[in-house]
Design a binder for this molecule. Structure first.
Ligand SMILES: NC(=O)c1ccc[n+]([C@@H]2O[C@H](COP(=O)([O-])OP(=O)(O)OC[C@H]3O[C@@H](n4cnc5c(N)ncnc54)[C@H](OP(=O)(O)O)[C@@H]3O)[C@@H](O)[C@H]2O)c1
Length: 337
C-alpha cells in the first residue's frame, strides 16, 4: 500500500501520523492510510468530522474534469474541529475579494491538491471559519462549495431581490437547493424544475411555490401557464433545455449558469435574447468575501442545508453511487469519524 505516495507528491511532509483517506488513482477509489502533511506557516490542522460530495467529485472519478492527476484525495467540503472549535472549510483558495473573477493561482480544494475526504487535513487559516451555531457537523459539511456557488450566482451575479420571481432548475442538486433556500430567505417567489415529481413535492416543504417535471413534453409551456415569467433563472444543467429558459424569462431578466450537467447549449434564439434584453451570467464558486457573506446569510435566516444521506467512510462507494444515480435530494455526506 502506498503509505506515503500522496504526501510525497504534494511535498512538505515530515511526520509519520497516518490517517484514513479516500484516494483516487488510475484504477479507481480506495481507502488508504496516508501521512498527514506538515503544518506550514499560516496553516492549521483540522480533525475532519464530515465531508460532503459535490458533482465535481463524481466528474473527477469518471475522468470528466480538467487537470486530473493521480493519486489524489478527493473532496472539497469539510466540517471538523480546530482544537475545540467547530469549523468548516472554504474550498475556494486564493480568491480574496475581486468581484469580477478568480485569480490565475486560483484552486478548488480536492484537485489539483489533496482534498477533504480524510480524517485530518492541513488548511490555510484564511479558509477556516466558525460553523453557524444552529448547524450540526453534518449540515455544516454540506454548506461550503454548493452554498458558495449558489450565493455568488444568485446574489452577486443575478442580484436577486425581494419580490422577484425566481426559477431554479434541477432542484434535487446541492447548488440548486441552496439557491432556492437563499432566494426564499430573501423574499423571492421560487419555482423549480426536476426530473422527479417527488423532489418537487419535497421542495414545496421548503417554501417553494411550485414546479414542473422537465421530462414532460413542452414542460416550459406548461410552466409558463402556471407561473408566468421569471425575473431570475438559476441553471446548472445547460444542454438542450436551456433555450426554453429564455422563453420563460421576463424582459431584462438575469439568467445565471453555474454548471453544464447536460452538455452544450443548443438552439439558443438570438432574437429572444436581444428582444427581451436578457442578461446571461456565467458564475463559478465565489471569493472569500462572498463566502463570509454566505455564512452570515445562513446564520441570519437559520437556513439548514438539506441532507439526502449520510454514509460512513467505509461505505464511501455507496455515497458515490448514490450521486451517480441522480436520486438524491440534497447533499450526500461522508462521516470520517
Ligand atoms: N461552477 C461552479 O462553481 C460549480 C459549483 C458546483 C457545481 N457545479 C456544477 O453544477 C452542476 C450541479 O452540481 P451539484 O453538485 O449541485 O450536482 P448534484 O447535487 O449531483 O445534482 C445534479 C443536478 O443535475 C440536475 N439535472 C440533471 N439533469 C437535468 C436536466 N435535464 N435539467 C435540469 N436539471 C438536471 C438534477 O436535478 P433533479 O435531480 O432535480 O432532476 C440536479 O440538480 C454540475 O454540473 C456541477 O459540475 C459548478
Amino acid at each position: 500500500m502506498p503509505l506515503c505516495l500522496i504526501s510525497l507528491q504534494n511535498s512538505n511532509f515530515n511526520t509519520i501520523n497516518l490517517m484514513k483517506s479516500i484516494v483516487l488513482n488510475e484504477t479507481g477509489l480506495s481507502i488508504q492510510d496516508c501521512e498527514l502533511p506538515f503544518v506550514g506557516v499560516d496553516q492549521s490542522k483540522v480533525e475532519i468530522s464530515c465531508a460532503s460530495l459535490n458533482h465535481r467529485d463524481l466528474w473527477i472519478t469518471k475522468g470528466q474534469y480538467a487537470g486530473i492527476k493521480y493519486p489524489i484525495i478527493l473532496g472539497s467540503d469539510a466540517s471538523g474541529y480546530l482544537n475545540d472549535q467547530k469549523v468548516l472549510i472554504n474550498p475556494s483558495t486564493n480568491w480574496f475579494n475581486d468581484p469580477i473573477g478568480q485569480p490565475k493561482d486560483y484552486e478548488i480544494i480536492g484537485l489539483p491538491r489533496d482534498g477533504t475526504l480524510r480524517q485530518e487535513g492541513i488548511f490555510n487559516n484564511n479558509l477556516i471559519h466558525s460553523i453557524p451555531e444552529h448547524l450540526t457537523m453534518e449540515e455544516a459539511s454540506a454548506l461550503p462549495l454548493a452554498g458558495l456557488t449558489a450565493y455568488r450566482v444568485l446574489i452577486s451575479r443575478c442580484k436577486v431581490k425581494s419580490g422577484d420571481k425566481v426559477l431554479v432548475t434541477g432542484i434535487g442538486g446541492g447548488v440548486a437547493l441552496f439557491a432556492a433556500q437563499f432566494a426564499i430567505a430573501l423574499g423571492a417567489e421560487v419555482w423549480v424544475t426536476s426530473g422527479d415529481d417527488s423532489k418537487i413535492q419535497k421542495s414545496l416543504e421548503l417554501g417553494v411555490k411550485g414546479g414542473i417535471n422537465y421530462k414532460i413534453e413542452n414542460w416550459h409551456k406548461q410552466l409558463n401557464l402556471q407561473a408566468g415569467g421569471f425575473d431570475v433563472i438559476i441553471d446548472g444543467a445547460a444542454g438542450q433545455g436551456f433555450s426554453h429558459l429564455l422563453s420563460l424569462a421576463n424582459a431584462g431578466a438575469n439568467i445565471g449558469i453555474y454548471g453544464g450537467t447536460t452538455g452544450k447549449i443548443e438552439g439558443l434564439s438570438p432574437q429572444i435574447l436581444f428582444w427581451k434584453q436578457l442578461n446571461i451570467h456565467g458564475s463559478t464558486m465565489g471569493n472569500h468575501t462572498e463566502f463570509s457573506q454566505m455564512l452570515k446569510l445562513v446564520s441570519d435566516f437559520k437556513i439548514r442545508p438539506v441532507i439526502d444521506s449520510i454514509y460512513h467512510l467505509n461505505d464511501f462507494q455507496k455515497a458515490f453511487d448514490r450521486m451517480d444515480s441522480g436520486k438524491q435530494f440534497g447533499k450526500i455526506i461522508i462521516s470520517l469519524k
